[in-house]
Write a protein that binds this ligand. Structure first.
Ligand code: ATP
Length: 382
């Protein structure tokens, strides 16, 4: 087992496509790290560089204590699971899973004939590993089938099995769940997390799906335009986003952003959006920005129907009146599109809400989770 480190890694395609820009990221030994970001942010390129399928333009890539920039892919001791599982259609599940091992560990037919006893031992060891992996993945009963006789979820397990039997130092996974339907995806992501706990192998997982990232990663590295935006636990990335991009990308529905100004009203520091004004938490770093423009961020789940029993009290300071524009029922909650003057924003409300479309209602905001950002750089101010 080994950790993986990107040290000032840059990858330029052609003359000027900077797919990965000076990436510094330490993935710990045994960690489950998720690289997440929108399409084109460089996450697959970063993964392919670890595999050795892409050469870095600059920087040092380490697996454990070894600089692997010049180590060929086959000698890096990693296993990769792709979005399309790339199973051999003419081979059975057993043969698919054992193929790589047979290629690596068994000599050719001549060797097998001349080293019969040794070959028998190797075959037995390969068989034991295939059976062990099949048991772990609950596909023992499928070993004699061919890929076309399997469901998408089962094929995905076979691809995982093929990676597991290698007992690699590092697992790389590139959107391995995206071919599965929504229900199977949820089930399989929990299974992958469990599998990681069992195997404890360093795993680097690429996805564009922030829910997958939040639920699976011990840490999440959020990327945009080849640049690492933030790397931390799901909780930290959600509660303390480093900038507006991370704040808007992580969380669903996304965070509401408004233009605002910091004011000192009779000794009280407020953030004023014209249509309403909210007090800053005492000691907030934005207190130093009186008179300056900022961006205010409020998560939809920090907005409550003031007429209900909420986890936060309703006070004159935290309550606003808004018009209910649209209500989308989701069963366990409603997504409400609210309007205050020129401002429109989303609220995730408890399903018990009695608010009506086209009417005005009072909403209580959780003042502890207001986010303030620099209006130009987008950096968080806290
Ligand atoms: P997706 O989720 O769509 O797969 P991604 O975040 O994995 O996106 P990459 O595939 O790493 O992004 O691509 C990063 C950037 O590098 C993109 O602008 C892409 O167009 C460019 N790129 C990727 N591969 C090549 C290539 N072989 N030649 C030229 N440009 C490339």
């Amino acid at each position: 087992m080994a950790g993986v480190s990107f040290r000032n890694i840059t990858k330029v395609f052609g003359k000027d496509v900077k797919a990965v820009n000076n990436l510094n990221l330490e993935i710990k030994d045994g960690e489950f790290m998720v690289l997440v970001g929108p399409s084109g942010c460089g996450k697959t390129t970063a993964l392919r560089m670890i595999a050795g399928l892409e050469e870095s333009t600059d920087g040092d890539l380490m697996i454990g204590e070894t600089r692997v920039n010049d180590v060929p892919p086959k000698d890096r001791d990693i296993a990769m699971v792709f979005q399309n599982y790339a199973l051999y259609p003419h081979m059975t599940v057993y043969e698919n899973i054992s193929f790589g091992l047979r290629l690596r560990e068994l000599g050719g037919l001549f060797w097998q004939l001349t080293h019969a006893a040794e070959a028998k031992k190797v075959k037995e060891s390969i068989d034991a590993r295939v059976q062990e992996a099949a048991k772990m993945l609950s596909i023992e009963h499928l070993l004699q089938r061919r890929p076309k006789e399997l469901s998408g979820g089962q094929r995905q397990r076979v691809a995982l099995g093929r990676a597991i039997v290698r007992k690699p130092k590092v697992f790389l996974m590139d959107e391995p769940l995206s071919n599965l339907d929504a229900k199977l995806r949820i089930q399989t992501r929990a299974e992958l997390v469990k599998l990681h706990r069992q195997l404890n192998v360093t795993t680097i997982y690429v996805t564009h799906d922030q829910v997958e990232a939040m639920t699976m990663g011990q840490r999440i590295a959020v990327m945009k335009d080849g640049l690492l935006q933030q790397c931390d636990t799901a909780e930290k990335v959600y509660n303390e986003p480093a900038n507006m991009f991370v704040a808007g990308f992580i969380g669903s529905p996304p965070m509401n952003f408004m233009d605002a100004k910091v004011e000192n009203t009779a000794g009280k520091f407020m953030v004023n959006c014209d249509d309403f004004s909210l007090p800053l938490k005492p000691g907030h770093a934005a207190e130093k920005l009186v008179g300056q423009a900022v961006k205010l961020g409020i998560r939809p789940e920090a907005i409550f129907d003031a007429a209900m029993n909420n986890p936060i009290p309703t006070t004159p300071e935290n309550t606003i009146t808004a018009e209910v524009d649209v209500l989308e029922p989701l069963g366990h909650q409603y997504i409400a599109y609210l309007k205050v003057g020129d401002h429109s924003f989303l609220a995730s409300l408890d399903a018990g809400t009695k608010i009506q479309i086209g009417t005005n209602a009072k909403f209580a905001l959780n003042l502890d989770s207001l986010h303030i950002f620099h209006p130009e750089t987008g950096e968080a101010i806290r």
